[in-house]
Design a protein around this ligand. Structure first.
Ligand code: GRF
Length: 218
């Protein structure tokens, strides 16, 4: 059975594109039913529009200008998803921390993609920080992970992760391209795993799901 997917983005949307391509080719038995974007100027929205996926833009800046607080914004994001009845929510380059007002309203699994290994470089600019650590501290590897979202930033039960060797001589741009290539593949694989479409490359982690949630397909 096809899984209804909501994707949240904030930028160029190359990871969204990987999901849309997997839907189109049948690599994933999913239907992207809505794309929510946090930035009106983000180019990723056009990727959804091009294939007729409904989009919603919710700018925190605009909410704040109207006197709304963070909780209002988070619950508005959750309410934007409700009419589309997603069975799985994927944060694919979504750049806001989603708090209890969101997590308490969205009662389906919520996955996040983070360009670092579990427990490493939480927050923003993770690729840049790993690049600097390779040059300044001899860090040998970084990675990518897909995890279930919990209140703590870039933490929560990991679905899949994959290590990426670091080269202190490599440019940041080249490293970013290598990391994005792994992201596109690992995110699709992790979604496949959560919806019960079998094992895939990348280190699998036995997942204890957040309270009350089950894997999408038993
Ligand atoms: C990705 O590297 C993701 O891990 C990070 O933001 C980037 C988004 O890239 N949080 P894109 O918008 O999917 O191209």
């Amino acid at each position: 059975m096809t899984t209804r997917l909501a994707v949240l983005i904030s930028g160029a949307g190359s990871n969204l594109q990987a999901i849309l391509d997997a839907e189109r080719t049948g690599a994933l038995d999913v239907e992207v039913v809505v794309v929510v974007c946090s930035r009106p100027t983000a180019t990723g929205v056009s990727r959804a529009e091009r294939v007729g996926v409904p989009t919603r833009v919710l700018s925190l800046k605009v909410f704040r200008e109207r006197g709304a607080d963070r909780g209002d914004y988070d619950s508005a994001v959750a309410e934007a998803l409700r009419p589309f009845e997603p069975e799985l929510v994927v944060l694919a380059g979504w750049m806001h921390i989603l708090g209890p007002e969101f997590l308490s309203r969205v009662r389906v699994p919520v996955l996040n993609l983070h360009p670092a290994l579990p427990g490493e470089f939480p927050g923003t600019h993770a690729i840049e920080r790993a690049h600097r650590a390779a040059r300044q501290e001899g860090l040998a590897r970084t990675g990518v992970m897909v995890h279930h979202v919990v209140a703590e930033v870039d933490a929560g039960p990991v679905v899949l992760s994959e290590e990426i060797p670091l080269d202190p001589e490599e440019s940041l741009d080249a490293l970013e391209q290598r990391v994005h290539a792994v992201e596109h593949r690992l995110l699709v694989a992790a979604i496949g795993q959560v919806i019960g479409q079998g094992q895939s490359k990348g280190r699998a982690h036995a997942v204890e799901l957040p309270l009350g949630l089950t894997n999408v397909k038993q």
